[in-house]
Design a protein around this ligand. Structure first.
Ligand SMILES: [Zn+2]
Ligand SMILES: [Zn+2]
Length: 340
């Protein structure tokens, strides 16, 4: 079968590999759509590492069950795969935070993923895809939607009436903005370097937008717009400037949440302002069991919209992904690899 594999930083290839067998008791899924996420691009451009190479990337997996152990799931079932498999036994799992599992195994990161004709998925990672949610939309739910759901509902814990700043309105931020609106946010500000992303943010419920210009202080702009700072700022980019901007946008007693994945160290406010203003800074990673179903349900009943996607045939995907990795995810559509 065909598989897009990472052989090293900058070395992504369309390979012919043996199809997975069911030796491990997993389910074999015929891939219909598999999203291209920001963290994939970090692997491709070398700013993130995996020990397992060559590795088939792709962790936003949607497809049809081709083969499954008896008594689990019927062949032909339309499915979405949750990204992470966890151990149930480590300290983090026991305290109910399997997203932080010490022995976590993620599809397309620790084991072969979905940029391929077929992928092997643990039975309990599978969720049924609602028929009204397209494969491409469901793909974005698997990671971007789930991660945003956990970030907004638990880590940011957005309360009715609170003012919220969303920094970065790509795939994650598009979900984050709409989930903040559903949580009853009293005013939503959206900031991005991409004007197209901000137009979409307005259409999805942002009350104000800020186009971030190079070298400009996001915090100063937001404090003017929000009369002294927002209650909560959530950053979905992972760049040091975006994290710094989110922190400098919150009011005294406010909180900032880092969701983006980046490797630049962050320099921000002096200690005296943290103590005097009792700021809170926290992170958010992945999602918990049930989150993917929740996001699929919201997509199915029309409560939220998936970010726009652009299908790319698996045969043409390597140059498309490589060029995206070189210039970074823009605000436009999210690429979805489609093997069939
Ligand atoms: Zn991802
Ligand atoms: Zn665990």
């Amino acid at each position: 079968m065909r598989a897009i594999r990472l052989h090293g930083p900058g070395d992504l290839r369309l390979d012919e590999v043996p199809a997975p067998d069911q030796s491990s008791g997993s389910v074999i899924v015929d891939v219909e759509a598999c999203g291209v996420c920001g963290s994939d691009l970090h692997f491709v451009n070398g700013t993130a590492r995996t020990d397992h190479m060559p590795m088939t990337l792709g962790h936003e997996i949607v497809g049809t069950v081709a083969a499954a152990p008896a008594g689990t799931v019927e062949p032909g079932t339309e499915v979405v795969a949750a990204v992470g498999e966890f151990c149930d036994e480590c300290s983090r799992c026991v305290e109910g935070k399997p997203n932080l599992c010490e022995r976590a195994s993620a599809l397309g990161i620790d084991v072969d993923g979905g940029w391929a004709d077929q992928v092997e998925v643990p039975v309990r990672s599978l969720r049924e895809r609602p028929s009204s949610v397209s494969p491409a939309d469901a793909a974005t739910a698997a990671d971007a939607g789930t991660t945003a759901y956990h970030a907004i509902t638990r880590r940011a814990a957005v309360q009715p009436g609170e003012t919220v700043l969303i920094v970065g309105v790509g795939g994650l931020g598009t979900y984050g903005l709409q989930l903040a609106r559903l949580a009853g946010a009293g005013g939503i500000l959206a900031a991005d370097t991409d004007a197209v992303a901000l137009e979409r943010a307005v259409a999805l419920g942002a009350d104000e937008t800020v186009l971030i210009e190079p070298g400009e202080s996001l915090g100063r702009r937001i404090k003017l717009l929000s009369e002294g700072g927002v209650d909560v700022a959530i950053e979905f980019v992972g760049a040091a400037a975006a994290v710094d901007g989110a922190i400098k946008s919150i009011r005294p007693g406010g909180r900032a949440v880092v969701v983006g994945v980046g490797i630049e160290p962050v320099t921000t406010l002096p200690a005296v302002l943290w103590s005097n203003h009792e700021y809170t800074l926290t992170g958010a990673y992945g999602g918990l069991p049930g989150d993917l179903e929740a996001v699929l349900g919201l997509l199915a009943d029309g409560s939220i919209n998936a970010p726009p996607t652009r299908p790319v045939d698996i045969n043409e995907a390597v140059p498309a992904i490589t060029s995206l990795a070189a210039r970074g995810l823009g605000g436009a559509e999210r690429l979805v690899v489609t093997p069939r």
